[in-house]
Design a protein around this ligand. Structure first.
Ligand code: H2P
Length: 792
């Protein structure tokens, strides 16, 4: 199609697919029409890929994940299909602005943070590399909640991305699978048979995921829960409308929301149901495809690599054993072996509260056959490893991390440091028994979205300097290295960043009514709010800086804007207090005429993928300040570095590898190491000691506790301060002084353009290794043993 193709294609979809009269069409109508026209172009590549992989009899990668944080898809598709110019021209001829149309798309917020975004980057890289793959997850009716602030407090509202037409997906009428819960297991003909008590339908919806230059596309297959039968007509006719609709409502509950509150028993049950629902549907789909292609069951591992993204799909172990053993008659030992040959598991966190455990009672009630099989798997593992000390069921709970480990042929961590810690801590015992099972695959991010698309100015400069090959071969960014001493290149580099910052400042003024100075240092921390990520360390340093500026308002201060964004889990009270404190500090500091030339604080609401795409290219400094040993990898850290924002950070997660690559001079390191953290925690009164030793920290905490930022409610932060002056588990106080000092090193560097711009540019030139293409190649070689397929 030429641009005249789009010029016709867009109105055609508007009129004939959406039934809209162009005279009445809204921006959203045009955006959906454009999406349908672009989607038309995707479909051919997608079918060609599917045919090629069938022809090749290729091994497929199946990525099972509770989250796929895909964000907006329109721009991604336009860019990967290289349709930027055609689409712009066609829209202009229709009197529309491409930027406005693209920005109208709601984010598909089907995830929470890094784990879900990683899954989305992986889908893009798999398609770019031409690896036959399916992503499998849940088509949540409501993704992660929408966040707003009322008097500084987080307010959650349901997110409703599906109320608009979701132009990208295809409902697969032919892919509907029946799944059961509950009931009992009975012996029939000497074999155990599970009779479920409750059944739902898993309905497949496919969204094509297109790779760079449109050469390959895979499906993201998301399951929606539907009732087996429609509503109850008898009850309806008797006038009992609510009861008639009940079965349908109950079935749909399963795919209603991402992360239902699971502090109650019913919430836990729903969560486990979700996990089983999408895992079981996906496995059945995988086996159906395998059997349709006529393979012998024992060969399943040669054709299917099934990756479990965290423990959420860990029930895949017993479920696959059940499908092979109970339903297809394979011997139990062989079924376990075959399942293990297919399955592998990625661990994303060592935090104990995130390693799932389900009570034996709940498991027995919901999945009685699986509970039996978990015991059989455990017994088989014990028989093979007589000196094993770890049991899959402990103190009445099924341990999903251990289950995933035992049922996987490979288990991976997501950064070198994290993988090492897995071996030493949570999986110490299992690692001793299976020393070859744990491997590392350091995370990565897709350069198409996070550099090429999000930062067109810098991309243009890179392409003008080294050609376009870097987009799918990111390590070629090292070819920029010879330019890093060239004044003209550095000027252009700084110019791109300044223009991005000016755009951001304009947007903030227009959208949020906040005035910021584009010349100031943009210091950015954007991620889930969590004590281990230590947004409170950042805000305490901000308060201390404010006090210091007030004490010396004529000092030579480097102007800064502290930018925060991120959501707190609805039940996480302390994280919500951190948000409120940041907002309260912002209100006071921004209104202070004495200091606000030098310091502004902004907390942007409703953090999501699109906001990250806007902020990262305009950032100067990347805050990666977790307590060492707690952040498994981080992926935001990679995006910032690539876009030329040096890191201020601890030796945690992938920060370690970033620093190794950019060089220690181009990274603002501070804080305790993992070992020092452990030692420090053992010091009684560590927080008090740190506070006594640092007047600035003491002053900041005092201001918070005296209500300087909550003048009408002076005791608002009593609990917050009590936490930090008390046990301070995440060692905010003990790392404060080092953080303050590192921030002053940042000031000095930023104040000197001859220091700053080469440093920023070195971050771009040296972080090409953090492409998710490299990560996916690692999984292919070490875990999946899959290879790309030539579409031709
Ligand atoms: C988690 C880890 C990150 C990691 C990411 C992807 C769970 O994401 O904490 O360290 O990079 O998975 O492996 P997040 O905190 O962003 O929700």
């Amino acid at each position: 199609m030429t641009d005249s193709g789009f010029r016709h294609g867009i109105p055609k979809h508007l009129i004939y697919s959406l039934g809209m009269d162009p005279q009445n069409a809204t921006l959203s109508d045009w955006r959906i029409a454009l999406s349908l026209a672009v989607r038309d172009r995707l479909v051919d590549a997608w079918h060609t890929s599917a045919r090629a992989e069938r022809r090749a009899g290729a091994k497929r990668v199946y990525y099972l994940s509770m989250e796929f944080l895909i964000g907006r898809l329109l721009e991604d598709a336009i860019i990967n299909l290289r349709l930027e110019d055609e689409v712009r021209a066609a829209l202009a001829s229709l009197g529309l602005s491409a930027d406005e149309v693209i920005a109208d798309e709601p984010d598909a917020a089907l995830g929470n943070g890094g784990l879900g975004r990683l899954a989305a980057c992986f889908m893009e890289s798999l398609a770019t590399l031409g690896v036959p793959a399916f992503g499998y997850g849940i088509r949540y009716e409501h993704g992660l909640f929408r966040q707003s602030f009322v008097e500084g407090r987080q307010v959650e509202e349901p997110e409703d991305w599906l109320t608009q037409v979701h132009a990208w997906e295809f409902r697969r009428r032919d892919v509907r699978l029946r799944l059961c819960f509950g009931g009992e297991v009975v012996e029939e003909g000497g074999r155990p048979v599970w009779h479920g008590a409750e059944a739902v339908m898993a309905q497949a919806y496919d969204t094509p995921m297109i790779g760079w230059q449109g050469k390959w596309a895979n499906a993201l297959r998301l399951w929606s829960a539907e009732p087996l039968h429609g509503f109850d007509l008898d009850r309806f006719n008797r006038g009992d409308y609510a009861a008639a609709a009940e079965p349908e409502a109950l079935a749909r509950t399963i795919s209603r929301v991402l992360y239902p509150d699971d502090t109650t028993e019913r919430g836990k049950e729903l969560r486990l149901k979700q996990e089983y629902f999408f895992t079981a549907a996906s496995l059945r789909d995988i086996l159906r495809r395998f059997e349709a292609e006529g393979g012998a069951l024992a060969d399943l591992p040669k054709k299917a690599a099934i990756q479990l993204n965290d423990t959420h799909p860990a029930i895949a172990g017993p479920e696959l054993v059940r499908l092979l053993h109970d339903e297809r008659g394979m011997a139990l030992d062989q079924a376990i072996e075959t399942a293990r040959g297919c399955l592998s598991y990625t661990n994303h966190t060592l935090l104990p509260e995130a390693l799932e455990r389900w009570s034996e009672d709940l498991m027995t009630r919901l999945l009685p056959r699986h509970m039996q099989l978990i015991e059989r798997i455990d017994a088989a593992h014990a028989a093979e490893n007589p000196d094993r000390k770890v049991a899959l069921v402990q103190e009445g709970e099924v341990r999903m991390g251990e289950l995933a480990f035992v049922m996987a042929h490979k288990v991976n961590g997501v950064s070198a440091l994290h993988t090492g810690l897995m071996k030493q801590t949570v999986f110490e015992e299992l690692h001793r028994l299976h020393p070859d099972r744990i491997v590392n695959q350091t995370n990565g991010v897709t350069p198409r979205r996070w550099l090429f698309s999000a930062n067109p100015r810098l991309s243009r400069l890179i392409t003008d300097t080294i050609g376009e090959g870097w987009v799918c071969d990111l390590e070629r960014l090292c070819e920029l290295e010879p330019q890093l001493d060239d004044a003209a290149f550095l000027d252009a580099y700084a110019g791109a960043k300044r223009a991005n910052k000016a755009d951001l400042a304009g947007w903030m003024a227009a959208e949020h009514g906040v005035q910021i100075d584009p010349e100031a240092l943009f210091d950015v921390q954007i991620k889930r709010i969590h004590e281990y990520k230590r947004q409170h360390l950042n805000i305490l340093e901000t308060i201390a800086l404010w006090q210091e500026i007030k004490a010396n308002p004529n000092g030579n201060w480097v102007p800064r804007v502290k930018i925060f964004a991120g959501k707190a889990a609805p039940g996480y009270v302390f994280a919500k207090e951190i948000i409120r404190l940041i907002n309260d500090v912002a209100a006071v500091v921004n209104a202070d005429p004495e200091t606000n030339r030098f310091l502004k604080v902004v907390f942007l609401p409703n953090y999501n993928v699109s906001l990250a795409e806007r902020l990262i290219p305009a950032s100067d400094l990347s805050e990666q300040i977790s307590t060492a040993g707690k952040e498994a990898s981080g992926t935001g850290n990679m995006k910032f570095a690539l876009n030329g924002a040096p890191t201020i950070g601890t030796l945690d997660g992938a920060n370690v590898e970033i620093r190794d690559r950019v060089g220690e001079k181009n990274f603002f390191l501070f804080g305790m190491t993992t070992d020092e953290v452990v030692a420090r925690r053992a010091v009684p009164d560590h927080a008090r000691q740190a506070i006594t030793a640092d007047k600035r920290l003491g002053g900041a905490l005092k201001a918070v506790s005296q209500g300087v930022f909550s003048p009408r409610d002076r005791h608002r932060y009593r609990g917050f301060v009590g936490n930090l002056t008390g046990h301070d588990y995440f060692l905010v106080c003990s790392d404060f002084t080092a953080y303050w000092d590192a921030q002053r090193r940042v000031d000095a560097a930023f104040a000197d353009p001859a220091v700053w711009w080469p440093m920023a540019a070195r971050n771009t030139a040296r972080t090409g290794w953090f492409s998710s293409d490299r990560t996916i190649r690692g999984y292919m070689a070490d875990i999946w043993r899959a290879v790309p397929v030539d579409p031709a």
